[in-house]
Design a protein. Sequence first.
Length: 224
Amino acid sequence: MIHMSNLMMRYKTGKVALSGINMDIPQGSFVYLIGESGAGKSTLMKMMYGGIRPTSGQLEVQGTKVRDASEHQIRELRQRTGIIFQGNRLLNSRTIFENVALPLRVQGWDAERLLPRVKKVLSFVGLEDRLWSYPETLSGGEQQRVAIARAMLSNPSLILADEPTGNLDDDTARHVLDLLMALNKLGTTIIMATHDLHLLTSHPGLVVQLRQGALVTGQQHEKV
Ligand SMILES: Nc1ncnc2c1ncn2[C@@H]1O[C@H](COP(=O)(O)OP(=O)(O)OP(=O)(O)O)[C@@H](O)[C@H]1O
Ligand SMILES: [Mg+2]
């Protein structure tokens, strides 16, 4: 599913955010990406959907070589990837329906075709009755569940979730994690950046730790 060899990312500022990353992530994994603030978690996640490209080394995601891929190939990669951003980013002026529908709207789906699909993913996260609500009328946990529904809309084989439980209380965070685990059981590979290590006790997964842009080795990190 994901292959990295000697992966390096240097931002235009000169900051080396990642270096010497070697790792393989098999299909169907549930991976927790951990590490202190600034360790490079979001940088690695952005690279995995082609939002930024590696400076050197190799990153292959779902068969796409991210460094050398054409714009067209990156667009295709994104269509096969569900993304939950750090700080959820719902559009406040749009209904829940429109927010969830967005990834397929940009692919040209019309409302008639979208409605049953959006209803289906919203019912998966238990929010089908909020179809015509606006984001600001939902709690933080509900908004995060909407973000999950949106990420699963096009039935991606990979979901990248950057701090999906940030700012949520423990019970709500567990509920959000239950949903991601349920998707994983259905075969979706999940990679989740998190600071909430205590969630691992109730929701075990493979742990990949970054420190100052490098993998912390010594555990089962190289082959997860
Ligand atoms: N666009 C950018 N330009 C320059 N430097 C950046 C950019 N984005 C991130 N960085 C730097 O790269 C390093 C890694 O940042 P990144 O956002 O990947 O960390 P993180 O592990 O996600 O942290 P957090 O837990 O706070 O979200 C940091 O030192 C950060 O300042
Ligand atoms: Mg981050």
